[in-house]
Design a binder for this molecule. Structure first.
Ligand code: APR
Ligand code: ZN
Length: 364
């Protein structure tokens, strides 16, 4: 089957034929239906978020079940599913304490399946699995435990986005912190994930929702997803401007949704006394962000990380699906371009160029 393989950091993905072994016990063989173009894969391509190489990337997916391995009863051939990018084992401390997004068994087997081995190879060369999803490919093997079955009326591209950016973004504002009604919110970085933080803040009935982005197009786009104000850091100091908009106080919540030390520091600096800065973006692995430790104490600020929107996919994805079906979450307008798997490198060039909205691979 065809897959896009990353052999070396900084090099384009190679779209080529690779072999996929059959599913083992507790695994599911799927045909990928749609795969989102997310910045997290770009972090891997650039070497900013190291993974074992070679690897098939792609972690935002919807798929159709083709066949199942031994003992699998949760899904059957023909089921339409979302394949979450953190698979929960259901048995570790994180899973058992309601933090399926932090599953210990999942992170201990990064780049492989739960048993530590891979199903992908090219001849003798083993190829690793991004997040146990590997959706930049025609087919994939995924763990059965976390598959979320889709109702018939949810289209596959929209479902794929629930696999990462919608759940990550909405969950940051509704689960990781529960934004209070009427409170003030800033979102730094309004791409695929950031606009979903805006939607999450709107769902929580936030008051002022300030979109911060260096791309004017992204700011315009953000207004359709709940932003009430926009700030462009290339034109004005974002911390200063956010304070002006909030009567000199700063915001109750600032979300960092790009991934750099500078934007993390800005998020921390723009929250008011008692406020919370939530970091969603993945900064390069070796980058440290500066934090004003006196303000941390004397202003009782909170600095918090949010991974996968704090989601327990089995519980939270069905609710997100319901909010999509009832029009409370807009995913349709988020999808601005569709690609063929063959054009994956072009899709990532568009993401880097700042073409607004989410791209989705829909032809394999
Ligand atoms: N200040 C504000 N916004 C910025 C800045 C900056 N200094 N630099 C870039 N941006 C904006 C970009 O213009 C873009 O609109 O951040 C946005 C990033 O959006 P995407 O490229 O679509 O990235 P996305 O897929 O949303 O991921 C964002 O979340 O899950 C993590 O790994 C992911 O770190 C990444 C982050
Ligand atoms: Zn993602």
């Amino acid at each position: 089957m065809k897959a896009a393989v990353l052999y070396e950091y900084g090099q384009p993905l190679v779209v080529e034929e690779v072999e996929l072994d059959p599913p083992k016990a507790g695994e599911v063989h799927v045909r990928v239906a749609a795969a989102g173009v997310c910045r997290s894969d770009l972090h891997v391509m650039k070497g900013e978020a190291p993974q074992p190489l070679p690897i098939v990337l792609g972690h935002e997916a919807s798929a159709v079940v083709l066949d199942v391995g031994e003992g699998v009863t949760s899904v059957k051939p023909g089921d339409r599913i979302i394949t979450p990018f953190v698979s929960s084992c259901g048995r570790c401390t994180s899973c058992l304490t309601g933090h399926a997004n932090l599953c210990d068994a999942h992170s201990a087997t990064a780049g492989a399946m739960f048993d530590g081995t891979t199903r992908l190879h090219k001849g003798e060369q083993r190829i690793h699995h991004m997040s146990k999803v590997t959706c930049f490919a025609q087919e994939a093997i995924v763990p059965d435990k976390s598959c979320v079955i889709l109702p018939d009326d949810v289209p596959m591209p929209q479902a794929a986005l629930i696999g990462c950016c919608v759940t990550t973004g909405v969950g940051a504002a509704t689960e990781s912190v529960q934004v209070r009604p009427g409170s003030t919110v800033a979102v730094i970085g309004c791409g695929g994930v950031g606009v979903n933080v805006l939607q999450g803040a709107r769902l929580q009935n936030a008051g002022k929702i300030i979109a911060v982005d260096i791309n004017e197009g992204a700011l315009e786009f953000a207004m359709r997803f709940g932003a009430t104000h926009t700030v462009n850091p290339t034109q004005q100091d974002p911390v200063q401007r956010v304070k002006e908009i909030t009567n000199g106080l700063g915001v109750d919540y600032a979300f960092e949704v790009f991934g750099s030390a500078e934007t993390v520091t800005n998020a921390f600096n723009m929250v008011r006394k008692g406020g919370t800065a939530v970091v969603v973006g993945l900064a390069p692995a070796d980058e440290l962000a500066g934090v004003d430790t006196v303000a941390l104490v004397r202003q009782e600020k909170t600095l918090k990380g949010s991974y996968y929107g704090g989601a327990r996919p089995a519980v939270d994805m069905p609710s997100i699906i319901e909010m999509y079906r009832s029009g409370k979450i807009n995913i349709d307008d988020l999808i601005t371009r569709q690609y063929k798997l063959d054009d994956i490198n072009e899709a990532y060039a568009d993401l880097e160029r700042g073409v607004v909205g989410r791209g989705v691979i829909t032809e394999f």
